[in-house]
Write a protein of this length. Structure first.
Length: 479
């Protein structure tokens, strides 16, 4: 035991499927929301910065218009007019510089007082020394200013002026940053809600799988009646239904095996008891007694051998493993079976209506089934047999081929007709008890492997007709 346990592979810790599903959903949702938010934030930020540059350029154009269209007596009045007439926008400020000093500021309160940044003036003076308009970014502590500076000069005034307009970049982006924070909070709440909903939905969807696992763990060979309680009509519910159908088949197979063992034990008990009883009473000194007991033992052993052969034939007939489906001429098959049935001891076979056409079936097994019906009819129906076939074409359903074996025997009572198809089932009334009782169950098994059935019509005193009804072309056949 210790060695067995040591050789077993250690069980790895499992991560529940439900948690995996929710985890994947949350990760994908979080990544998607993050990427969408980040992309939107970057695009909108670049748009705001580009808009700042456009406004600064427009401000400079307005300043030039004010200077060129006015009649000025000197530089200072012209620059003062520019500073006073151009109203700064939100998060914007303007400044007039004369001879390197901050000389003029707007007459109203502005969001960005440029004279509060003393280091900005010398920087602007240096950058505009060549007489060019300059645009740049000025950073002071936590503040970042996007500015434009243009030289202002008059021909009759030696003073040098500079007009500066600037936007507070962080202030301009404040609304966007606030929206981004709101979006981040909303996204987190959305992802959390998706996780909760995903947990609840996945639990509901995976419920049948959980119940399936629990049911499978409780099922044993002796307790196989458990079934999964299924609700809904999704793929997982369909899987649970398929599992229940599989359990039904397995339960039927187990029940069939138990019945087979019980039936075989019951059938073998009688010959074994007979042989044992005669051997116990055998007088070894009496040649006649020995010969009689020997003959009886051989007869019972032959009967047991026939029973074992019939059991093997019944198991093979019910298996689709060796089923060979191929196109077969129905008329030729019917006539061949009639010819073979003529050799059955006590059979007087008459040919009935014979169909002409092609069917997809296993000719060997169908022949076995019809000959078994003929043998039953010869044994229990008086020997007069009619064998025929017909093809039934159906426009609204699958077409069928039917092989009928009729006798003129005493018939089968209606209450006993279902029992004749059971394994080891016999009808004593008017039919004797010869045989193992497996013949008709073999015929029924062959019919079922073809997807067909066996019909019985019997009237006591007038005979019985067994009809092997098979699909003309099984599903999936291309014929």
């Amino acid at each position: 035991m210790a060695q067995t346990e040591a050789t077993q592979a250690p069980r790895r810790a499992s991560f529940p499927v439900r948690a995996r599903i929710v985890g994947i959903v949350v990760i994908v949702a979080a990544i998607g929301v993050f990427l969408a938010g980040a992309f939107a934030h970057v695009v909108q930020r670049e748009r705001i910065l580009a808009n700042i540059d456009d406004r600064l350029t427009t401000t400079v154009e307005n300043a030039r218009i004010v200077v060129t269209e006015g009649q000025w007596t000197g530089l200072e009045p012209a620059l003062r007019a520019v500073v006073q007439q151009i109203n700064p926008d939100r998060n914007e400020g303007t400044l007039g510089i004369i001879d390197g000093r901050a000389a003029l500021v707007p007459g109203v309160n502005v969001d960005v007082p440029l004279d509060a940044y003393p280091s900005l003036v010398p920087r602007v003076v240096d950058e505009t020394a060549g007489g060019n308009v300059v645009m740049g970014t000025f950073v002071s502590g936590d503040d970042a200013l996007r500015y434009i500076a243009t030289p202002v000069r008059l021909a009759n005034d030696p003073q040098q002026g500079i007009f500066v307009a600037a936007y507070d970049v962080r202030g301009s982006l404040a609304d966007l940053d606030a929206a981004a924070r709101t979006f981040a909070i909303s996204a987190a709440v959305t992802v959390a809600a998706a996780a909760v909903v995903g947990w609840l939905v996945s639990g509901r969807l995976l419920g049948p799988l959980r119940r399936l696992r629990e049911t499978a763990a409780r099922i044993t060979a002796t307790a196989s009646s458990e079934r999964v309680d299924v609700h809904g009509n999704d793929d997982v519910s369909q899987l649970a239904r398929t599992f229940n159908e599989m359990l039904d088949r397995l339960d039927g197979a187990l029940e069939g095996q138990r019945r087979l063992l019980d039936d075989v034990g019951h059938e073998l008990k009688t010959p074994i008891t007979i042989v044992r009883g005669h051997l116990e009473l055998l007088d070894p000194s009496s040649p006649a007694d020995v010969e009689e007991t020997r003959g009886l033992a051989i007869e019972e052993l032959d009967r047991m051998a026939d029973l074992v052969a019939d059991i093997s034939s019944a198991l093979e007939a019910g298996s689709t493993r060796n089923l060979v489906l191929e196109p077969v001429d129905v008329g030729a098959l019917t006539r061949a079976v009639i010819a073979k049935a003529q050799a059955i001891d006590g059979a007087r076979v008459t040919e009935g209506p014979v169909a002409e056409g092609t069917a997809t079936l296993d000719a060997a097994r169908v022949t076995q089934a019809i000959l078994q019906l003929a043998a039953n009819a010869a044994t229990h129906g008086g020997g007069d047999i009619t064998i025929g076939s017909r093809i039934v074409e159906k426009g609204d359903g699958p077409s069928t081929v039917a092989f009928a074996v009729a006798d003129r025997g005493p018939g089968i009572p209606e209450e006993a007709q279902a029992a004749v198809f059971e394994r080891f089932g016999r009808v004593d009334v008017g039919r004797g008890v010869k045989g193992s009782g497996l013949g008709l169950s073999i015929v029924q098994a062959i019919a079922r492997t073809h997807g067909g059935r066996v019909d019985l019509v019997s009237t006591p005193g007038f005979g019985s007709t067994f009809t092997l009804v098979l699909p003309l072309h099984p599903p999936g056949d291309s014929a």
